[in-house]
Every structure is written in C-alpha cells, then in structure tokens.
Design a binder for this molecule. Sequence first.
Ligand SMILES: Nc1ncnc2c1ncn2[C@@H]1O[C@H](COP(=O)(O)OP(=O)(O)O)[C@@H](O)[C@H]1O
Ligand SMILES: [Mg+2]
Length: 382
Amino acid sequence: MKISSLKLKNYRNYNSIELSFSPATNILLGKNAQGKTNLLEAIFTCAIGKSMRASKDSEVIKWGEENAKIELEVVKNFGKSKIEIYFLKNKKAIKINGLPIKRIGELLGELRCVFFSPDELKLIKESPEDRRRFMDIDLSQISKVYFNLLNKYEKIIRSRNKLLKDFKDKNSIKKSNLEQFNLEDFKRMISVYNIQLAECASKISISRNNLIVSLQPYVKKTHAFLTNNKEDLEIEYQTSFPIPNELLKGNEKIEQLKNKFISLYEKNLEKDLALGYTTIGPHRDDIKVSINGVDVKSFCSQGQQRTAALSMKLAELEIIKQQTGEMPILILDDVLSELDSQRREKLLNFCSKTQTFISSTDKPERIPNSNIIKIDSAKKIN
Ligand SMILES: Nc1ncnc2c1ncn2[C@@H]1O[C@H](COP(=O)(O)OP(=O)(O)O)[C@@H](O)[C@H]1O
Ligand SMILES: [Mg+2]
C-alpha cells in the first residue's frame, strides 16, 4: 500500500498543509521543531487510530483552535481509501471513504505502517509493557479480531481487578465489624471472570506466540544483515508463568490451554486478593531478546540495543506483508543521525522495499528516487 496524499488542518503546529507523496522514498527535511514528527504522527494515527506520543487525543489540536483534521489517501492492491480523522475537544470522529465508523477496530488495516524513532529503543530497554505494545500493534494491524479480543480482555481484567479490590477493601472494614462480606458471592463472581478471561487469554497467547515464532527467522536474518553476520539475534515469547509450548502452538489444544488458565487463576487467587489485582495472564507477558545468547537488556551496549530494536521493526514489515499480502509503509523518524554510516547504508536498503517516510535535519546521501519535502515552520518550502 502507498499513501498518495495527506492534508492537515489545525493539526499540531500546522494551520493547513497539503502534500502528495512519491510511492518510493519521501524525505522530510527541516531544522528541529519545524513539524516533521508532527506530520509523521498524523500518518501513524491513520493506521492505529491514535498517536504514538499524545496521551490525549485533543493534544494534537493546534493551540488556540477548536478542532483539527487529518485527511489521508491510500492506494492499495485493490482500490483506494480515504481516511478522515476529526479531533474535537472531547471527541474524535473517523470516516473511511466518507462513511463514519463506530469503532477504531474498523479503521485497522486501512493503512498499515511500521514506525521507528530513537524512542523505540524502549522496545529493548524499558518495561515489558513496551514489548507487549510491539506485539499488540503488530497483531492488531494484521487482524481486527485480535484487536477486539484484546479490548475485551482488558475490559474483563479491569472488572476483575475492581472486584478483587472491593473485596480486599470490604474485608478490611469487616475486621472492624462494620460490614460482612459475602464470600460465596465473591467466589461465584470471580469464577465467572476466570472463565471469561481464560477464553480471551488463551487466544491472545496463541496469537502472540505465533507472531514471535513467525517473526524469529526474519529478525535473525535482518539483524545478521545489519551487523555483517556478527550478531545472532533471538526473540522468544515469555508468558507470565510457564505454559507447555505445545499448548501455544495452535487452536487444537485451546481447551487444554483455557483450563490451564482457569486453574492458574484459581491457584493465584489468594495472591491476587492480597494485592488487589490480577497477577498473571497476557497483561504480564514479555519478549525475551538476546544477542549471541546473552540478554540484550542487561548485557548489550546502547548501539547493539538500538540495532536490535531496528531489526525487530524491520522484520515486522516482512511479517505484515506475509500475513496480509500487502507491504506496510515504513516511517523512520530521525533515526539516520543515530546510526553509523555502514548501518545507515544498510537501513536505506530496506527503503527500496516499500514506500518510506524519513525525517531528517540533514539531507541523507544517495537515496535513489527520493522525493524531498522541505518543512520550515509548519510549511512546505521550495
Ligand atoms: N497542539 C499543538 N499546537 C501547536 N503547536 C504544537 C502543538 N503540539 C506541538 N506543537 C509544536 O510543534 C513543534 C514540534 O514539532 P515536531 O514535529 O516535533 O518537530 P520536528 O520537526 O523537530 O520533528 C514544537 O515547536 C511544538 O511546540
Ligand atoms: Mg522530530
């Protein structure tokens, strides 16, 4: 798929801008704080339905304005789509080909993209949450079913945690004889949540395991390429408690996996109760990343970590293509200056595989067929 055009209205520092793009490489060139990342953020938002950096949707509305709009046209193997996203103070509305959608899930798959910025180092360095996000963004772009499943799971977790916390709180009141808590009611409600959770958790775990297993050869290959075969990168899916690998392989053993989750929820109930939240399940999953057999997070240099994150992201391109039949677009925000010339050269190799958007303060050397867009104070200049 390729983005043909983008229009922004009162988005971040832009008043109004209209751009058309090359199907090959597009380079956004400009000094710091001119609006390059803002533009890439708008593109990313059309893929995922939310920004990679705004904590609130309304943050993207230009200061002093009431609303903002992104309009983007994408050309796919079969036809075109127009995505429009309107931001109002307390609300966001999305249209696809002029028709309003009710849920973000309907947007997924209209535009697929892989985003890489210096911030993505957190994929390796930071908490498991960033690695779960990596899996979830990837899987949601591949499958709406997964996205809906994840939302459902998160909703049930919130309700179960509330019940655990309520019980914990009431129990401490009970100690002072203020209120009696009905243990039977509590157990009955918890067991309903356990079944609902196990249903979602088993499907999520299988999807994530499949993703990591299919990514692994691409991650290995990409990392070997970027490091001149010096490093062997491996990724492994890690559940929050040991699950026999054969249960994660596919749907044949899903009933067994569900029962395993249920028994683990029961086994951990006392601990969950003491803490007031659900301590096991996909919301505690992680990915183990290692280079030449050692843990990247603890034992590798920042440079190695950055390359590892890049390898994972570039492998994502291949896996999305493999599973959807279309190559996603690639966004590289401010990453060229962080790489040595050899890795930069190698990274630019990937740009020829798909439509790419690169932001940079300096003109990168030798990129064939590149369309240079100079951005200065939120305007395109010649
Ligand atoms: N909602 C907003 N309204 C107006 N300006 C904004 C808004 N959000 C961010 N900005 C401005 O956008 C500029 C940063 O743009 P950015 O795209 O990050 O720059 P860069 O070209 O370095 O990537 C900053 O000057 C920031 O103050
Ligand atoms: Mg920037």
